[in-house]
Design a protein around this ligand. Structure first.
Ligand SMILES: C[S@@+](CC[C@H](N)C(=O)[O-])C[C@H]1O[C@@H](n2cnc3c(N)ncnc32)[C@H](O)[C@@H]1O
Length: 363
C-alpha cells in the first residue's frame, strides 16, 4: 500500500515518463503539503526522537550543542568579534543544538549581543518547535540559505546535507547510466530501473570505474556549499558541517530509507519515510572554494574540544541516573562503533582568521 504522494508520483510518471531519484527524493521530502519534511507530522512530536523516525547527536546529549557553541564563539573571537554577526543554522530540527550552543556561550562577553539568529527550515512542524526552544533569541526563518542577509557569517549544519536530493548512477559495460524511478508492469507500483541511454552527468563521475560501480551526485548540496563559500569569501566567517559521509569522492550508492528507526524500502511510502544519503565532503569543499578543514571523525573532533572533561564537570553535580545518561551519551557520540567515525566534521572559513580548533592534535 503506497501513500497519497506515492499515487501522485506514479500518475506523474505514467504521464511523462520515469523521473530521477533526485526528483523522487525532492518530492518525497519536500512536496509542499505531502513531503516528509513538510506535512504536519503524523507523529505529534515530529520526525526526530524516540517517537519519530531517527535520533540525532544534539538529541542524544546536550554536550554536542554545548561544544559546538564553544566552537562558534571561538570563531567569532577569531574573526575579530564582528557585530552584528549572522548566526545561521541549516535544518535546525527541534532547535536543540542551537539552544544548547546559546546556553553554553552566555558568558562570552559581547557574543550574544552581536548575534542575529537565522534558521533555514522548510518544515512548519519543526519551525514551531524551534520557535519554542529559541524564543529568547527572536530567530528569523528562511526557506533557503540565499535569503539570509549579507554580513559576517557563523553557520552550523548537522544532518542537513544528507537530506538533499541525490542522483544515482550505475556503471554498465557501456558506461554510466542513471538510476531512475519508473512504474512496474501493473502501471502503479514505483520501481527502480537504469536509464537506457548515456547520461550527460558522465563528466562528473569517475572515468575509470569498474563495471557495476555505483556513484551519487548531490547537485543541491554543491549549490548550497557554493553559496556559503561565496558568502564566506566576501563577508568573512565560518561554517561547520557535521554529517555521515565519505572522506573523498568515490563510487558508492548510499541513499537509504528509514521509518520508525528501521531500514525501509526507498520507494514504498513516500512522504512517510525519511530518505538520506552519505555526504560527499570533498565535493562540498570543492564547491565552497574556500579554506577547509577536515573532515575528521566526530569522535576525534569532540574529544579535541574537550567532551570528556565536559562530561566529568556535568557528572560532578549530577544524580546517579543523570551520570549514567551522560556516560551513555558520551559513548554514542564519540565511540568508533557508534557515531565517532561514521559521522564526520568539516569546517569551511575565510582566510583572515586563525585555524579552528578540533581538526588537529595541536588544537
Ligand atoms: C535530519 S534533520 C536534522 C535536524 C537537526 N539538525 C538535528 O541535528 O537534530 C534535517 C533537518 O533539515 C530540515 N530540512 C530538510 N530538507 C531541507 C531543505 N531542503 N531546506 C531546509 N531545511 C530542510 C528538516 O526539516 C530538519 O530540520
Amino acid at each position: 500500500m503506497t501513500t497519497e504522494l506515492g499515487r501522485r508520483i506514479a500518475r506523474r510518471i505514467a504521464l511523462t515518463g520515469p523521473i530521477s531519484l533526485a526528483d523522487f527524493m525532492a518530492e518525497a521530502l519536500g512536496h509542499p503539503t505531502l513531503g516528509y519534511y513538510r506535512r504536519a507530522h503524523a507523529r505529534a512530536g515530529g520526525p526526530l526522537g524516540a517517537g519519530g523516525d531517527f535520533t540525532t547527536a544534539p538529541e542524544i546529549s546536550q554536550m554536542f550543542g554545548e561544544l559546538i557553541g564553544a566552537w562558534l564563539a571561538d570563531r567569532w573571537l577569531a574573526m575579530g568579534s564582528p557585530a552584528p554577526v549572522r548566526l545561521v543554522e541549516l535544518g535546525p530540527g527541534r532547535g536543540t543544538l542551537m539552544a544548547d550552543a546559546l546556553r553554553a556561550t552566555r558568558g562570552v562577553p559581547g557574543f550574544h549581543a552581536a548575534l542575529d539568529l537565522h534558521l533555514v527550515e522548510t518544515s512548519e512542524t519543526l519551525r514551531a518547535q524551534q520557535a519554542e526552544a529559541l524564543a529568547a533569541f527572536t530567530p528569523q526563518w528562511h526557506e533557503r540559505f540565499d535569503a539570509v542577509p549579507a554580513g559576517p557569517l557563523l553557520l552550523v549544519a548537522n544532518e542537513f546535507f544528507d537530506a538533499l536530493p541525490v542522483r544515482q548512477f550505475h556503471r554498465t559495460d557501456s558506461g554510466w547510466r542513471e538510476r531512475m524511478v519508473g512504474l512496474a508492469a501493473d502501471g502503479e507500483t514505483l520501481t527502480l530501473a537504469l536509464a537506457p541511454g548515456a547520461t550527460p552527468f558522465a563528466p562528473f563521475l569517475p572515468a575509470a570505474a569498474a563495471t557495476d560501480a555505483e556513484a551519487e551526485l548531490c547537485e543541491a548540496g554543491r549549490a548550497i556549499a557554493a553559496a556559503i563559500g561565496a558568502r564566506l569569501r566576501r563577508d568573512g566567517g565560518w561554517a561547520l558541517i557535521v554529517d555521515y559521509g565519505y572522506d573523498a569522492s568515490g563510487p558508492a550508492a548510499s541513499l537509504q530509507a528509514v521509518r520508525g528507526h528501521r531500514r525501509a524500502d526507498l520507494l514504498e511510502r513516500p512522504g512517510e519515510t525519511d530518505l538520506s544519503s552519505h555526504v560527499d565532503f570533498a565535493a562540498l569543499a570543492a564547491a565552497a572554494g574556500a579554506r577547509s578543514f577536515g573532515p575528521v571523525g566526530q569522535g576525534a573532533f569532540l574529544a579535541r574540544l574537550g567532551i570528556r572533561q565536559r562530561a566529568e564537570t556535568l557528572k560532578a553535580r549530577a544524580s546517579e541516573a543523570q551520570r549514567h545518561a551522560l556516560d551513555a551519551g558520551l559513548h554514542r557520540l564519540i565511540d568508533p562503533g557508534q557515531m565517532g567515525t561514521l559521522f564526520r566534521v568539516m569546517a569551511v572559513g575565510d582566510d583572515r582568521s586563525a585555524a579552528p580548533p578540533g581538526f588537529s592534535e595541536a588544537t
